[in-house]
Design a protein. Structure first.
Ligand code: AMP
Length: 290
């Protein structure tokens, strides 16, 4: 595996690979790898002749009060894990390489970023789409892999690619969980033992919601009440939002008669975690995100 830190070198490598007729698969990340990241890399390995993984903690997607400075970082461990998962190139630029001091262009996807995390993190998705567009320009992938764990991010990137007529395939991959159901996240490392225990209620509440859906419950309010009840009974959990949305438009639904995503965000102490469940109505066509 080669580590590349400059945009020039990364572009040269990708251009050469494309000229040689190679398919480039790309996994953008912020590092501190866990099985969720590795599952994307393994799938990328299968889909591309060249597998590029980027490791870049993107300041533009953090608000000033958020955890950019403290975001967990461990380059040596990440380097090793990426290599073991079959990565050919780890692209790890400095912030000044990606955002020179005169940088002034951003990309904003409008409607699908308004709800859910967009309400508590109003500048977050602009930061994500801006960096992902830059990374696509630099890495020039044929296919890029993203986790459904960040469902709104996946929908937003698909929308950007569609709206801007970009030539990259977006592949969504299932959420990888710990054995006890907690969705893997680099931020889980922040959790104190009692917060880690309480965090299990996120997945537990979504599983309960799934049971209700499978029993035929169609009233969103009824399911939201149930989830709220489970989360509110945990003293270490402070709910940011729980919503049931159309799986494609991410608009709230009252009645569940199509494909939906049940998405939630909650604080465990200072740590904000997200999780979601997509539910495909048996008679509806597939969602765009999957
Ligand atoms: P991050 O480093 O958190 O920006 O994540 C990089 C990529 O890994 C994104 O596409 C995430 O959606 C994906 N990812 C993060 N956690 C998981 C997980 N538990 N399961 C599957 N994919 C994940």
């Amino acid at each position: 595996m080669e580590v590349i830190t400059t945009i020039k070198e990364m572009k040269e490598h990708s251009s050469r690979s494309r000229r040689e007729g190679k398919t480039i698969a790309f996994v953008p990340t912020m590092g501190f790898f866990h099985e969720g990241h590795l599952s994307l890399m393994r799938e990328g390995r299968k889909r591309g002749d060249l597998l590029v993984v980027s490791l870049f903690v993107n300041p533009a997607q953090f608000a000033p009060h958020e955890d950019f400075k403290n975001y967990p970082r461990d380059f040596e461990s990440d380097r090793k894990m990426a290599e073991e998962s079959g990565t050919d190139i780890l692209f790890a630029p400095e912030v000044s390489e990606m955002y020179p001091s005169d940088h002034q262009t951003t990309v904003q996807v409008e409607e699908v970023t308004r709800n859910l995390c967009g309400q508590s993190r109003p500048t977050h998705f602009r930061g994500v789409t801006t960096v992902v567009l830059m990374l696509f320009e630099i890495v020039m992938p044929h296919v890029a892999l993203f986790g459904e764990k960040d469902y709104q991010q996946l929908v937003t990137i698909r929308q950007m690619v569609k709206d801007l007529h970009m030539s990259v395939e977006i592949a969504g991959m299932p959420t990888v969980r710990e054995a006890d159901g907690l969705a893997m996240s680099s931020r889980n490392t922040y959790l104190l033992p009692e917060e880690r225990r309480a965090a299990l209620s996120l997945n537990r509440s979504l599983r309960k919601a799934k049971d209700l859906l499978q029993q035929g419950e169609q009233r969103a309010s009824r399911i939201l009440d149930e989830i709220n009840g489970i989360l509110q009974s945990e003293p270490f959990v402070r709910v940011d939002y729980i919503k049931i949305c159309d799986a494609d438009t991410l608009k709230d639904v009252d009645r569940i008669d199509g494909n939906v995503v049940i998405a939630l965000a909650a604080y465990l102490g200072k740590t904000r975690l997200i999780d979601n469940l997509t539910y495909r109505n048996p008679i509806s066509p597939p969602t765009k995100a999957q």
